[in-house]
Design a protein around this ligand. Structure first.
Ligand code: HSE
Length: 310
């Protein structure tokens, strides 16, 4: 019986541009780690939060990882408690799924301490409770790829279904995080609640085209569909230099480039041979707007959250 487990959960690009709140993929190069110890007291508590955390609440009910494990503890009644050490590798307010990663790493670690581990779909629902604390609404576009790995489409919230979508082998994601904070709540609050019929049709076609392109290895279809006509136009002005960064990525050979989640991180998909040039072009474009950045080139066929130490 394990008593002390550490799990890693990756960053995520979610949404992936055209799939607002439903399409995301993992970026395994960066993530959060949560260590959980089994304790005799029948409670959930947070012992420490370290890394690139900024100010995060240590009260479990107000913390995304704490709340997720509380939901798990209340439902499964394991007869013992959990003590969490959270190590943040994903900056707060980055658009890289930091709150989801902490919640997912926490439930994956806690699960490994149980006599009868819960199924992945149940873990998804526990982690969702944590995400609600962070963003104020239930969406699982980050949680699903973070937990399952790869590119995922999620359908439904109360009874979520997760579909893993194949990504053409020669593609990479370039993810660039400019050093600034953007709150998900704020980036959601500015969105118009109405959508015009023509935008609805255009966006639906692009989402369908993008997913079909992934299944059929059709890079041209992916490129032509990689165009979020609804959310990106409303949000891009929150990110200084976004249009220049996007242009730079496309000139360097990207298939498409958009906002990662609620931003300010920006991502591009490109063929492997152009990925480093795309990365350099995006970083340089942000620098022209006085923003330093971190960047990663990632495979999209990757693993989701996992136990790394037991
Ligand atoms: N998809 C969300 C948004 C962010 O774009 O507001 C994270 O789930």
């Amino acid at each position: 019986m394990l008593t002390d487990v550490t799990a890693f959960a990756p960053a995520t690009v979610a949404n992936v541009g055209i799939g607002f709140d439903i399409l995301g993929h993992a970026v395994d190069e960066v993530g959060d780690r949560v260590r959980i110890r089994r304790i005799e007291e029948n409670e959930v508590r947070i012992r420490s939060i370290t890394g690139v955390a900024g100010e995060l609440p240590v009260e479990p009910q107000a913390n995304t990882a704490g709340r997720a494990v509380q939901a798990m503890h209340a439902t499964l009644s394991p007869g013992f408690g959990f003590e969490l050490d959270i190590e943040k590798g994903i900056p707060l307010g980055s658009g890289m799924g930091g709150s989801a990663a902490s919640a997912v790493a926490a439930v994956v670690a806690a699960n490994a301490l149980l006599h009868a581990p819960a199924a992945q779909l149940q873990l998804l629902k526990f982690a969702m409770e944590g995400e609600i604390v962070a963003s104020g609404s239930a969406h699982i576009d980050n949680i699903a790829p973070c937990l399952y790995g790869g590119l995922t489409l999620t359908v439904g919230i109360d009874n979520p279904r997760v579909k893993q979508i194949p990504v053409p082998r020669g593609l990479r994601c370039v993810l660039v995080h400019p050093h600034m904070y953007l709150g998900t709540r704020e980036a959601r609050a500015i969105l118009n609640i109405n959508v015009s019929r023509s935008d609805y049709v255009w966006q639906s076609a692009n989402l369908a085209g993008f997913i079909s392109g992934c299944y059929s290895n059709d890079l041209e279809l992916i490129r032509d569909s990689f165009n979020d006509v609804i959310i990106e136009p409303q949000r891009h002005s929150l990110i200084p230099g976004f249009k220049d960064v996007q242009r730079a990525a496309m000139s360097a050979g990207a298939l498409g480039c958009s906002i990662s989640g609620a931003g300010p991180a920006v991502f591009a998909w490109s063929a492997i041979q152009h990925a480093e040039a795309v990365r350099g072009a995006m970083v340089a474009a942000f620098a022209r707007h006085d923003l330093q950045s971190d960047s990663w080139v990632s495979l999209m066929q990757n693993y989701g959250a996992r136990v790394v130490k037991a």
